[in-house]
Design a protein around this ligand. Structure first.
Ligand code: CAA
Length: 283
């Protein structure tokens, strides 16, 4: 099946990145968000990231302009009826995702593939809340989307082979490398990455090292491009906590217990870069 028009639900850091790479690869994109202000902010971010690519010589001015023209704000959920693939990229909360699927499914034509960019939640369970479990996929991008090469592909138990192949072709078309993960809590990347980040927060909580010491240790001692606490701020501490909760509940093992300090930061509204405060102060 050919994918020509992609709908992206959620214009936040992941959603605008997905819209960016899809449009850059020549696909038409309809960007939707419940908050129209979020669409404007998302488009401004895409503009800034494309300008960065122009400045680096990765793309030219004409490519930037055509890419931007390919992204259309939805103006309402009904516009997604024109899509061959719709990727939900909202907050990492199951109830919010289910509500989005309930609203969008009646609008979508039968052939449309519905995908979720969830970083941890069961694809089978989300699929079961829709009218198309056989045309439902996990297509999980990494942050920052324009830079990171990997996309995880996750089938639900009912996903059919045509949907999987179309998703795999889509990922290749947009220039990303796919890896296939089975439908277990947090799949592959976050099953490994998030316990490492959680352990870094425990290391801080227990006073083993300062924020700077922990990040420097992992950057210079393990060659990570960002320290784990800087990375947690970058991902969003609310997202980190949601993923740890999915691991803790889904795998019923105390080794996944979210660090109490992570819980406290989220309760304080210190969610990392997006709120200008997390383990670092961005104000
Ligand atoms: N859009 C477009 N290009 C961007 C960009 C963006 N948002 N952010 C950075 N870039 C580009 C830069 O232009 C630069 O390009 P060149 O190599 O062509 O010069 C390149 O990326 C490197 O950027 P910088 O030089 O500005 O900064 P850096 O060297 O510090 O790299 C980084 C920034 C790529 C983010 C790097 O720090 C990194 O790889 N960090 C780790 C990111 C990571 O682990 N992501 C996964 C998070 S987990 C996840 O996403 C899964 C989940 O579900 C939670």
């Amino acid at each position: 099946m050919n994918i020509g028009t992609v709908g992206v639900i959620g214009a936040g850091q992941m959603g605008n990145g997905i819209a960016h790479v899809c449009a850059l690869s020549g696909l038409d994109v309809i960007l939707h968000d419940v908050d129209e202000g979020a669409i404007e902010r998302g488009l401004a971010t895409i503009n800034g990231n494309l300008a960065r690519q122009v400045a680096k010589g990765a793309i030219d001015d004409a490519t930037r302009d055509t890419t931007l023209k390919r992204i259309r704000p939805s103006g309402g959920l009904d516009a997604l009826a024109a899509c061959d693939l719709v990727i939900e990229s909202a907050t990492e909360e199951e109830q919010i995702k289910r509500k989005i699927f309930a609203d969008v499914c009646p609008v979508l034509p039968e052939h449309t593939i519905l995908a979720t960019n969830t970083s941890s939640i069961s694809i089978t369970r989300l699929a079961a809340s829709t009218d198309r479990p056989e045309r439902f996929m996990g297509i999980h991008f990494m942050n920052p989307v324009p830079v990171m090469e990997l996309v995880e592909l996750v089938r639900g138990i009912a996903t059919d082979e045509k949907t999987f192949e179309a998703s795999r072709n889509f990922v290749a078309h947009i220039g990303k490398k796919a890896t296939v993960a089975e439908d277990f809590p947090a799949f592959i990347v976050n099953r490994i990455l998030l316990p490492m980040i959680n352990e870094a927060i425990y290391t801080l909580y227990e006073g083993v090292g300062s924020v700077e010491a922990i990040d420097t240790a992992m950057k210079l001692g393990a060659n990570h491009p960002m320290g784990p606490l800087e990375l947690a701020d970058f991902i969003g501490l609310d997202t980190c906590l949601s993923i740890m909760q999915v691991l803790y509940e889904g795998l019923a093992d105390s080794k996944y217990r979210p660090c109490p300090l992570l819980v406290k930061y989220v309760e304080a509204g210190w969610l990392g870069r997006k709120t200008s405060r997390g383990f670092y102060d961005y104000r």
